[in-house]
Design a protein around this ligand. Structure first.
Ligand code: SAM
Length: 265
């Protein structure tokens, strides 16, 4: 299955992104043949490492483009008191709510939560961590990262941290839009607050359930320059090779940046 001819925008996500299929394809820790999901494990390790950095603490965290997943806030939830999850599509927010409310048919995150607990040194604490996370996620709201206020018409108080995994490269049709989306996301943060990102590099598409989604092909320098240009200072940046996925991703960038404090006077 090759790259789509055109950018797949929000209307394609709303119509064709199936959260259940997405979770089954990318978020089981090992496949039916028992092969480990190295892409997921690598990203969990990176998130654990980034959320262990000094200063990544605070009251509120916003997850931008959360999709139907929780893996990206498992390490974060140890360091922030309240979490707000944002995504464009109704079905992804609904799927997340299913897990939060322990509804029938919700995705089973237990193996992933156990894996993160093991990284943190307490594998047996998985059920406690699930409960902690459920309590900390206070709101699940619609957002569009291409809007100046991504949560319009809702205005959120600025947060201490924003995490965004595999979202902006999917949501942006070109580099100019990507730069603008980073500026928009920056408005969700307090000055001095942190942005934590996991971004695929040199990927042009990903596919699951026989649907192909476009991806903005990015180089590490382009991402870092866009982050700096949006008013951040990069504190941590690491590129790792991309294990095989359902697309043409070549590498994965994990990045932490601090929003600059405006110079007054
Ligand atoms: C590849 S998924 C990533 C989901 C999740 N963060 C993860 O790490 O698996 C891309 C997500 O971006 C969301 N998205 C696409 N366009 C968006 C936009 N303009 N604003 C906000 N979210 C958008 C989609 O609904 C989808 O959940």
């Amino acid at each position: 299955m090759g790259a789509p001819a055109a950018f797949t925008g929000t209307e394609v996500y709303q119509r064709s992104f199936d959260p259940g299929e997405y979770l089954r394809e990318f978020y089981t820790l090992s496949n039916s043949q028992g092969q480990p999901n190295t892409f997921l494990m690598q990203n969990l390790k990176s998130l654990w490492k980034m959320f262990s950095l000094e200063g990544l603490r605070g009251e509120t965290l916003i997850d931008v483009g959360c999709g139907p997943t929780i893996y990206q806030i498992l390490s974060a939830c140890e360091h922030f008191q309240e979490i707000i999850a944002l995504d464009y599509t109704d079905q992804n927010r609904r799927e997340l709510e299913k897990w939060l409310k322990k509804e029938a048919g919700a995705f089973d995150w237990r193996p992933v939560v156990e894996y993160v607990c093991e990284l943190e040194g307490e594998r047996e604490k998985w059920a406690e961590k699930e409960e902690k996370l459920r309590q900390k996620v206070r709101q699940v709201l619609k957002c569009d990262v291409t809007k100046a206020n991504p949560t319009d018409p809702v205005s959120l108080p600025p947060a201490d941290c924003v995490v965004s995994t595999l979202c902006l490269e999917a949501a942006c049709k070109d580099l100019a839009t990507f730069r603008g989306a980073l500026r928009n996301v920056g408005t969700l943060l307090k000055p001095g607050g942190h942005l934590v990102m996991v971004t695929v590099l040199r990927e042009t598409y990903y596919a699951f359930n026989n649907v192909v989604f476009s991806c903005l092909r990015l180089e590490k320098d382009e991402v870092e320059e866009a982050v700096e240009g949006a008013g951040f200072e990069v504190r941590f940046s690491e590129v790792q090779p991309c294990p095989p996925t359902g697309g043409d991703c070549e590498a994965v960038l994990s990045l932490v940046a601090r929003r600059r404090t405006p110079i007054s006077g």
